[in-house]
Write a protein that binds this ligand. Sequence first.
Ligand code: NI
Length: 260
Amino acid sequence: MIRIFDTHVHYDDAAFDSDREEVLASLKDSGVLRVTDIGAGIASSKTALELSRRYPWMYCALGVIPGQCSELNDETWEWLQAAAAREDKCVAIGEIGLDYHWDDDPADVQKEWFSRQLRLAAEVSKPVVIHSREAARDTIDIMKAEHAGDIGGVMHCYSYTKETARELLEMDFFFGIGGVVTFKNARKLVEAVEYIPLSNLVLETDCPYLAPVPHRGERNTSAYLGLVADRIAEIRKISTEEVLEAAWHNAHRLYKIAET
Ligand code: NI
C-alpha cells in the first residue's frame, strides 16, 4: 500500500483559494495520507493552523520565513510563542532560517529572528523546519550555537553540497527532497541524495512551488510527489516503494507523530 507524507506544503497559499477543498479531498487518491502545512509568516501560520484543525490528517508548522521578519513585533511574537506552546496540531517551528538570495530583510535581522525562533523551538520541545538559501555557513554556525542537534528538524528543499550535508548529519537532521531533484541541472543535489542515508530523507513538495518534471512551472500539489520518489529511487538504485516506506517512517520521526 502506498503511503505518502508530504512534509512541506503551503495549502494556505492564495494559489489554492479557488479549489482548496477539492485539491485536499483528492490527495488520498494519490496515496497522500498526511501533510504538514508550513507557515511562511504570521498570516500564513494562522491559516495553516486553521487548516490543520479542520483536517485530522493535516499538521502545521508555525514560524516566520526570512524576508517576512518585518511582520514580527511584540504582539505577533507573543501570539507565535503562545500558539507554538499551546496547539497540539503545531508539530514544528518553521519555516525559519536565512535567505541571502533576496534582501527583503538585512542579514543581521534574519540572523536575530532565526536564533530567537530556534530558541522558541527548544522551549516548546518541537523540531524546526529550516529554509536556507545561499547562506550555508551562517546557517550551520547559528544552528551549532543554538544546539540545533538537541532540537532536531529538517533542512527543507536541500540545495547544498555533500560536505554541508555531513555537518547536518552530525546534528542528525533530516533533508527535505522535492521537485528540484527531477530537474536536469540538479547534479549537486543528485550527489547529495546518493550520499545522505535513506534514514534521513523526507519527501516534500513545497507546493504550490517547485513542481517536478514533467509539470515544471505548473502549480504543484502533493499528488506529484510520487514523481520525486521515483527519481530518488532511480538515483539510489532501489525501488520507489522502499523510498516511500522509509520516507513515511522518517516523516513521523521528524515531527514526533505516532504512525497509527
Ligand atoms: Ni516552503
